[in-house]
Each structure stands twice: as C-alpha cells, then as structure tokens.
Design a protein around this ligand. Structure first.
Ligand code: ASP
Length: 305
C-alpha cells in the first residue's frame, strides 16, 4: 500500500492512509482525503482556500480515475460546491459520461446533494479585488466585469498565486491503483478556463497494470504534452519509473512557445516506487508520502530536474 500526494495534502493524506489500512477501496480512500483538503482554508489552491477567476467567481476542476477499470469522472469550471472531487466521482458512478463542465457540472452537483453557500474566502476576495483595482484601467473599472477580458489575461497573471492543485494517488491492499485531482485552477483565470486537473492523460492518469501520474503547476504545458498519459504509457512500453518521468520531462522541455512555466510531476509504479520531480519551478517543492512501513505520512522534497 502506498499513497503519494502533493504538499497541499497535509490534512487529508492521514485519513486516506487510515482507510487504506482498513482495506477500503483505494479510490474511496483517496477521495475522502482530498475532500478534506478542499475544505481546508489553509490550502490556497483548491476548494475553499483557492483563488477565484478573473471576475471573482470560484470555478473548480477535479477528477478521479480507477486504474483497474480505467473509469474516469471529471468536472470542469464547477460552481456552487466545494465538493469537486466527490462530484467527479459521482459523474463516474452515475452517468454514462466522463466529464461535465460549467452549468451542467453545477446542476449535477446539486442533484447529488453537494451545495455550499460560501465558496469565496474573504481573504481571496480581498486579494482579487486589489488586483482588479490595480490592473483594470480607471475608465473601465465602473463597467467591470462587463468589459473585454482577454486583454487582461496576459497582464493579470500573478506568479505567486497563479498555481497549484492537490493531487492524490495510491495503491491499495489489493494492488489496485487510483488517482484524483482537485483545484481552483490558476488565480484570475479567464472564466471557463479548464486546467489540466480534469483532463485525463494531462493532469492525471492511472492504470493498475503499470502505475499512475499526476501533475501540478502549468496545466497549459501538460495538456499540450499529454504528460500523465505519456508516463504511464512509457511504463507499459517497458521503461522504469525514472525513465518514464524523464521522457515526459523531455517532452515538456521541447515546448518552445506558448505559455511556459514550471511543472511538478508525481508518479508511482506498480512496484510501489515513487518519484516527484520539479521541472522549472523556482521554489522548493515538497510532497507527502506514505507506505505501510511508515507509522504516518512523511514530507519530502521533490527532485529538481
Ligand atoms: N495545474 C493546475 C492548472 O493548470 C494548476 C496548478 O497546479 O498550479 O489549473
């Protein structure tokens, strides 16, 4: 049994580990853990603690993948609830679809009984409002948000707040592998923008026969390079974990134009090896790891590549 999660998982990974020890299904265990993170105000990248889009609305992206059946549920630009991952799980369980977005995702969440009144934390609202007051031209402020937003998207990007996501992946007592992701996406994103977190093969992928991968940071790159799928496919083709991640990093490094930034890749293989690499992120990247030999999850530092 093993769980790998990113630094945001502090308050959730222990619950997932306990559930795995009690022999719960691996995806159930991961969803319980990540759902705690979504309600943790100290996590400034997913759920309640996350950042709004350009017009001050929270829009959540999330996904789950069962690596044994290869079933997926995903939601994009979900509003009205913090339970993004649970909604994604219900998409997988109850619908003949893989992904719902926008109004449809919001409607479905409500149908599932997931609804929250408060989505935007006062501190996030304050930081967003300050940003808007700074970047929107004085003669447009009165009309905001009914102004062209596209010119803003290139100047509003805030390197300190722009990113992060929470990702969980693991292997259960029965060798089943699963992964899930949840994020509020980039701070100040254009409304309706989806990142990589709900996109199968980009922000996450899991296959119990080989392993799993999930990414954080610049989703605009991992969507172009199909990073998570590339890693699991490389394992299928016989590469080991490190070689598979190296290959995906080389594909990211090959991107020469468009929006470029850092990417963090989290990956496990079916032999319970794990690897977390920091590709071009300036800050120190930490992650959480647990396996059955450890009394509790431990925090480690990602390898810089
Ligand atoms: N990858 C996420 C996205 O592109 C954000 C992040 O992890 O920083 O929405």
């Amino acid at each position: 049994m093993i769980i790998l999660a990113n630094s945001e998982a502090t308050n959730g990974i222990g619950v997932s580990a306990e559930l795995l020890q009690q022999k719960h299904n691996v995806l159930d265990a991961l969803v319980e853990g990540i759902s705690i993170v979504e309600r943790d105000p100290n996590v400034r990248s997913a759920g309640y603690g996350g950042w709004p889009n350009m017009i001050g609305e929270m829009e959540f992206d999330a996904a789950v993948m069962d690596g044994t059946t290869l079933e997926i549920g995903a939601v994009g630009a979900l509003q009205g609830t913090l339970s993004a991952t649970k909604t994604a799980y219900q998409v997988m369980k109850r619908l003949p679809h893989v992904m719902l977005t926008g109004a449809g995702a919001t409607r479905f969440a409500k149908e599932c009984g997931y609804q929250d009144d408060e989505l935007l934390m006062p501190d996030s609202k304050r930081v967003w409002r300050n940003k808007i007051d700074k970047v929107v031209a004085a003669d447009q402020l009165n009309d905001f948000p009914n102004i062209p937003l596209a010119p803003l998207s290139n100047i509003i990007t805030d390197p300190e707040r722009v990113r992060d996501t929470t990702v969980f992946m693991g292997m259960g007592h029965d060798n089943h592998i699963a992964a899930c992701t949840s994020t509020s996406g980039w701070a100040w994103k254009y409304p309706g923008r989806l990142g990589d977190s709900p996109i199968p093969g980009a922000g996450f992928y899991a296959d119990s026969r080989f392993g799993a991968a999930a990414c954080t940071h610049t989703g605009e790159m991992t969507m172009r390079a199909g990073t998570s799928r590339a890693i699991v496919l490389a394992m299928q083709l016989g590469h080991n974990l490190e070689q598979s991640v190296d290959l995906a990093v080389a594909e990211l490094a090959n991107l020469k134009c468009g929006f470029l930034g850092g990417v963090v890749i989290h990956a496990i293989d079916k032999h319970q090896n794990h690897l977390v690499v920091n590709f071009r992120c300036d800050e120190t990247i930490r992650y959480w790891y647990w396996d059955e030999s450890l009394p509790k999850p431990v925090q480690r530092i990602a390898t810089k590549v």
